[in-house]
Each structure stands twice: as structure tokens, then as C-alpha cells.
Design a binder for this molecule. Structure first.
Ligand code: ARG
Ligand code: GLU
Length: 717
């Protein structure tokens, strides 16, 4: 209980904060207390109540969580905007060689043409409640971490049940400040979300992976969806009878654009940041694990790149996979570079030294926190080999498509966790979908090459004790001949054959012995065994310890510097971040403007490179200056702009709003120099990148001829 008192008194101090304006991802329900005044000082014309209100309609009602990303409602008929790269998988799923929406774009000219997307959802926040006291009430200092976790889980179950009883809402509780605080989120989740429009990839993904994570940028990274509801305006599974959802609120779209220094805010769902990780945690990430992941992903990317050049069908099949693999590969390079460049580890070490001195200056503190940093360092060192083994298992073992595919069948044969009959039926049903999706995009020759390349790395880099057992066969019987091993496995496995798998799944009497005996499944089983014997027990224990140190460290830092307004790390819950439109200087002698224009697209044009092809129609609009109402005051089309808003992965598709709360752009990326911001944010170098709302509307209206969508929106001229 004492802990709680300290925490509460800490939060009482927060009003007196002095932290930089552009750092932090804030909880919408706390803005009034923590941020409102500063936001208004920066130029915002709204109140906290306009942003988040439980009783009245507010901006939050227009923000939706969609898988992996954020979206925003922009019409009274449930129309939503998000990024092209967020809709990418869905657009691809609807694409075939004949109807290649990925390459050519897609536009529903009337509602009946909008395309359903099984598995897609749009979740809208209803309310947020601080439940810290309720949770801490069931905890006591005598509990072990395991007991503590159990008690918290049980309490959370009770709280979410009570919060949703008798409603059609769903709810979850998440820890904040590493478990020093807990918040309950109640949501309404819509399940019928249809694809309305997407520009061609040479607009939506212009610049491809070359320009990804970079400024200056010219990507029209947006796509359009619509939420459907039943006739009572409530969430429902897809049905032809569903109707467009009537939202409580939708965002107005401004055609006024932004100038340097303008106030902006981003409202959305950042996934995960680790700003309070001690130096040792940062170090293992950027100096040990990132280089491994980068190396392993480069192997895959090189193979993908070579093969997709040869065949258009394969290019479609591997488009989304390549984007996913390349995105991490590039980000981690930028991240490690940024951490080194700004000596983030050195700075953290210096702070930790101060912290230890502060802790040791007082007897009570010494007892609580004196060994914290040393303990953390030790646990991090102990966990290192396990983290490495785990990373190889994930990126090399399961980096092979067929291995990952076979692993989804493992629950059917897992002797440790036999499935009850109903669960088994459910699993089989969902596997049928998995099979369908897998083979639509599977090209075996690529996977065979990946198989050989990744196993070679795995074999060479990892000490024998952390290698899965199948390597003894590879190194023994096959004398390390990867090709021979691959040939044999691929020839014998049934997982390369859609027909064979489907036949087994559809046989009600199947005992799945065929899966169990399969050579790919045997690889899966040996990866599982490795995880179970060598990784999980130790990694689990150490992770629990680290969690506890992290929680204690967070609390102690807040105690040490009560004048700081601490923001919680991102955890996939809704946040508001704010700052200003800002140019920057990435390096000596170079300075970047805050916006790019259509002219820049033509400068980058290269008909020989897929990612830099410019559509004839776009060139024609440019030549004729046929910009409609979408040009800026200089008569140009602005494509993208940057601002200092603290964002992260998951913020893709988030609205970037001006001082009136009007949409001026859609967030989609960060700059290369600032990708370290998930571990260490530096407002001088970190920028978020947005596509200008006027470019989005210009493409919808002038390029695609889908002006009826713009008519649905509320436009501020
Ligand atoms: N870097 C952005 C994000 O993290 C965009 C990724 C999609 N684009 C790409 N070329 N892979 O999601
Ligand atoms: N592109 C990222 C996403 O999909 C957002 C950019 C970032 O990581 O800042 O969420």
C-alpha cells in the first residue's frame, strides 16, 4: 500500500512538469490534467474535452484501431482512411493476375462494389478507467512474481467482465509504467470492414523499400475502407444486409495545409516503445540482436529480390512478404545507427551512475534500489545467449515459410497439449483458411533457396547446444550438404501439396499420423523441443526478473525526479502525441524542408524501376496543372510533410490533426535519423512523416475519378 501512496503523490506533482513538448505519447483521459495547457500554449484551439469525452462526442470517437495500424472515420457513413501499407495485405488478397489491384489500384464506384475482408476489424474506444487501486488491492509485498501475475490476471478478468456485462462491448486492461499503473479500456469492435479504394502501388508505395524510413518522401501512402454495421448500427459479422455505420463523430478534413511551426497532434495506437530500458537492455537490442536479425533478413530479401524480377505472378505473391521483411530489416539498421550516433547507451550509463548514487544516499532507498542496476546488468548478461538462440529460432528456423506453415498444424499433434474434440474442430476449420492463404502466395523455389541459406547461417553461427536436433542429421547423414538436405525434405514433405493437406484435413477420421511423420513437421518438433528444454525455462525466469527490475526502476526514477512529467511507454493502447511541423538538419551541411511536392515525384521518376514508375495520368494532371481545389498557396501539390510528433509502429494510418482538430494528413513513417526513437527519443532528429490530406483527396478525386468519396467528407476550405 505504501507504494501506492508514493505513486499517487508522484502524479499529484505532475502538473508542475517541465518536459519538452514534443516528447511523449499521452493517455487521452489524462490530457486535461497533464497536457491541455501546454497544448494550448503551442497553439491548440481545442479543450481536452473536445479530444476525449465519455459523455459527449469527441475526437476519440473518430479514431479506430485496425489490425496492425490506426485508421480514422472521415464521413457520416463510416468511411475510414488509413495507409496503403496497412491495407496492403487486403488489397493483395483481392488481387489476381487479371485484376491486379496492387499494381493498378482499386476504386469502388458505388457501395455495392466495396469488398469484404474476413478477419478485418475496426475497434472504437468507448472509455478509459484507471484501475490501479483495484488491482493493487489484491496484491501484497509477500507475493512472488508468479503469484502476483496470477492475482493480477484474475482481477483483470473480473474487471473486464464487470465492465462489459450486458453490453456488446469488449474490454481489456493493460499495465502502464511497467505495471506501476493499470488502465481499463472499453471498446466497440466492428467486424464488417470493406475495401473502398486504393491507389496503384506506384503511388501508394512510391519509392518502395528504397525510400522507406526516409525523408524526403513522396509516397501517397493511403487507402480507404468503410465500416458496416447491422440495421441497429451495432457491430455484426459480414452480411449483405449490413449498412454503412453511422459514427458518433467524424473528422473534418482541412485543405489549408501546414506551415513550419504549426501545432500538430497525432491520435492513434503506437505499438511498443522502450524509452526507460536501462543501458544494458538497449545494448543487447542494438548491438547484439539487431545485427543478427538484419543479417538473417538480408538473406531472405536477396533471394526474394532475385526471384520476383523473373515473374510477375511471383512478384504479386511476394509483395506483401517482402515489404514486411524489409521493413524490420531497414528499421533496425537505422535504429542501431542512431543509438550509436547519439551515444544513447553512454548517456543512459551516465544517468544510471547518478541513479545509483541517489539510491545509495539514503538507507531505505539503498535497500530498495541499491542493487537494481547491477541486478539488471547481470540478468541481461545471463539472458543474452538465450535471446540469441531465440532470435535464430524465430528468424532462421521459422523464417522458412514451410516450417512456419507446418508449425500451425502442430497443435493437432502436440502430445503435451492434446486438444479437446470441439477445440480440434475449431483448429481444423481455421487451418483450412491458413492453407488457402498459404498456397495463394507460396512459390516453392524461393522457399527452397531460403531454406538452404537460413539453415547455413543457423548452423554456422549458433553453438551446438542451442541448435535444434535436426542439425545432427544435416551435419551427419547429409554431411552438411544443405542442397541435398533441402531436396530430400521438400520432396518428401506433404506440406508442399495443397491437395494432400486438404485431403487429410477433410477426413473426419484422420489421426494426423501423416503430419507427425512428415520431415518438415519433424523440424518443427525439434524447434519446439529446443524451446521447451533450453530456452523457455531460463528465458521465462529471467524475463520475470527483468520485468520486476524494470517495474522497480520505473518507480524509482519517478521518485528520483518528481518534477518530470513521465509518459508511459507505448503498449498498443490509444495515445495522443503533439508537437510542431518542423524541418531538420540530418547531418553536416544538409538541411531538409518540411514538405515535398508533386514535382519531386517527377524528379524521382524512373520507368525502369518498378518503385519509381509514374503513371501517365498523374503526369498529365501535373502538366496541365489540373489540381482542382487541392493546390497550396503557391499553386503546388504538396505530397508529404514532417513534424516533431513522437510516434511509433502502429501509428501508421493515424490522423495528423491541426490546432482545430481537423485532419491535415495521415501519418505513415519516421525519418531514418530518428528510427532509434523507440529506445531513445531526440526531438532534434526525430520526425514523423505524413502524407498531406490534399494529396490524398487529389488522388481520389482527380486521379481516380472517385470524387463521390470526397463529397461524403466534410471539407474545410
Ligand atoms: N516504415 C513504415 C512502417 O513501419 C512503412 C512500411 C511499409 N512500406 C514499405 N516500403 N515496406 O510501417
Ligand atoms: N510505418 C509504421 C507503422 O506501420 C509507422 C511508422 C513508425 O514506425 O513510426 O506503424
Amino acid at each position: 500500500m505504501k507504494k501506492l501512496v508514493i505513486l499517487i503523490s508522484l502524479f499529484a506533482f505532475i502538473g508542475l512538469s517541465n518536459l519538452r513538448a514534443d516528447e511523449g505519447m499521452w493517455i487521452p483521459s489524462l490530457i486535461q490534467e497533464l497536457n491541455e495547457k501546454e497544448m494550448q500554449d503551442l497553439g491548440m484551439m481545442l479543450t481536452a474535452e473536445d479530444i476525449y469525452s465519455v459523455n459527449n462526442s469527441s475526437l476519440k470517437d473518430a479514431i479506430v484501431k485496425i489490425p496492425g495500424c490506426t485508421g480514422e472515420i472521415v464521413s457520416d457513413q463510416g468511411l475510414i482512411l488509413t495507409n496503403h501499407h496497412c491495407g496492403y495485405g487486403r488489397i493483395q488478397a483481392h488481387s489476381t493476375l487479371e485484376n491486379d489491384y496492387l499494381t493498378d489500384g482499386f476504386w469502388a464506384m458505388k457501395k455495392s462494389e466495396e469488398l469484404p475482408n474476413p478477419g478485418m476489424y475496426a475497434r472504437i474506444l468507448i472509455s478509459i478507467e484507471d484501475v490501479t487501486d483495484k488491482i493493487y488491492n489484491v496484491l501484497n509485498d509477500g507475493m512472488t512474481e508468479v503469484e502476483r501475475d496470477k492475482a493480477i490476471k484474475a482481477k483483470i478478468k473480473e474487471l473486464t467482465k464487470a465492465a462489459t456485462e450486458g453490453t456488446h462491448y469488449d474490454a481489456f486492461v493493460r499495465p502502464f509504467y511497467y505495471g506501476n499503473k493499470y488502465y481499463l479500456f472499453v471498446n466497440e469492435t466492428f467486424k464488417d470492414v470493406r475495401l473502398v479504394g486504393a491507389p496503384p502501388s506506384n503511388i501508394g508505395k512510391f519509392g518502395g523499400d528504397t525510400d522507406n524510413w526516409m525523408w524526403p518522401r513522396h509516397t501517397g501512402d493511403f487507402s480507404v475502407f468503410r465500416i458496416y454495421a447491422n440495421k441497429d448500427n451495432k457491430p455484426a459479422e459480414y452480411s449483405e444486409d449490413n449498412v454503412p455505420y453511422k459514427p458518433k463523430n467524424h473528422l473534418k478534413i482541412s485543405l489549408k495545409g501546414v506551415d513550419e511551426g504549426d501545432f500538430t497532434m497525432v491520435f492513434g495506437y503506437p505499438g511498443r516503445t522502450q524509452e526507460y530500458l536501462p543501458s544494458y537492455g538497449v545494448e543487447i537490442n542494438t548491438e547484439v540482436l539487431n545485427p543478427i536479425k538484419i543479417k538473417l533478413r538480408a538473406e531472405r530479401l536477396n533471394i526474394f529480390k532475385r526471384e520476383v524480377e523473373k515473374d510477375k505472378k511471383v512478384r504479386i505473391q511476394y509483395a506483401s512478404k517482402t515489404a514486411g521483411v524489409a521493413n524490420g530489416w531497414k528499421k533496425w539498421q537505422g535504429e542501431t545507427r542512431g543509438i550509436r550516433r547519439f551515444d544513447a547507451i553512454g548517456k543512459k550509463r551516465a544517468f544510471e551512475k547518478e541513479f545509483v548514487a541517489w539510491a545509495n544516499a539514503d538507507e531505505t532507498r539503498k535497500e530498495l534500489y541499491g542493487d537494481l542496476i547491477a541486478n539488471y546488468e547481470k540478468a541481461t548478461n545471463d539472458i543474452k545467449p538465450l535471446q540469441i538462440a531465440y532470435t535464430y529460432m524465430r528468424e532462421a528456423g521459422y523464417g522458412i515459410e514451410i516450417v512456419r506453415f507446418a508449425s500451425s498444424f502442430y497443435p493437432l499433434i502436440d502430445a503435451d497439449k492434446p486438444l479437446a474434440a470441439d477445440k480440434r474442430q475449431k483448429t481444423i476449420k481455421s487451418l483450412n483458411g491458413t492453407v488457402e492463404r498459404f498456397f495463394k502466395n507460396y512459390y516453392q523455389p524461393i522457399d527452397e533457396e531460403v531454406f538452404e541459406a537460413l539453415l547455413k547461417r543457423y548452423n554456422e553461427d549458433v553453438p551446438v547446444e542451442y541448435l535444434p536436433a535436426f542439425f545432427s542429421e544435416l551435419n551427419g547423414k547429409y554431411k552438411g550438404d544443405y542442397q541435398k538436405y533441402a531436396d530430400r525434405i521438400f520432396k518428401k514433405s506433404i506440406f508442399t501439396s495443397k491437395e494432400k493437406i486438404e485431403k487429410i484435413l477433410s477426413n473426419p477420421k484422420a489421426n494426423f499420423k501423416a503430419f507427425e511423420k512428415d520431415p518438415v513437421m519433424k523440424m518443427v518438433a525439434s524447434l519446439k523441443q529446443l524451446e521447451k528444454d533450453k530456452i523457455k525455462p531460463y528465458r521465462g525466469k529471467l524475463t520475470t526478473d527483468i520485468q520486476k527490475y524494470q517495474r522497480t526502476f520505473m518507480k524509482a526514477q519517478m521518485e528520483m525526479q518528481p518534477e518530470i512529467r513521465w509518459y508511459p511507454d507505448a503498449n498498443s493502447t490509444i495515445r495522443l502525441t503533439y508537437g510542431q511541423v518542423k524541418a531538420f538538419e540530418p547531418m553536416d551541411a544538409v538541411s531538409y524542408k518540411h514538405y515535398t511536392t508533386l514535382e519531386g515525384i517527377l524528379e524521382k521518376e524512373n520507368p525502369d524501376i518498378y518503385d519509381y514508375v509514374v503513371e501517365e495520368k498523374l503526369k498529365e494532371l501535373y502538366r496541365n496543372k489540373d489540381f482542382g481545389q487541392y493546390a497550396d498557396k503557391n499553386g503546388q501539390i504538396v505530397v508529404c510533410f514532417i513534424a516533431a510528433n513522437h510516434t511509433s509502429g502502429g501509428n501508421s494510418g493515424s490522423p495528423i490533426l491541426n490546432k482545430h482538430g481537423h485532419l491535415v494528413g495521415i501519418n505513415f513513417d519516421r525519418n531514418w535519423e530518428g528510427t532509434m526513437s523507440d529506445l531513445s527519443y531526440d526531438p532534434n532528429y526525430c520526425r514523423n512523416i505524413s502524407v498531406d490530406a490534399r494529396y490524398v483527396l487529389f488522388i481520389i478525386d482527380k486521379f481516380a475519378g472517385a470524387g463521390h468519396l470526397v463529397e461524403e467528407m466534410t471539407i474545410i476550405k
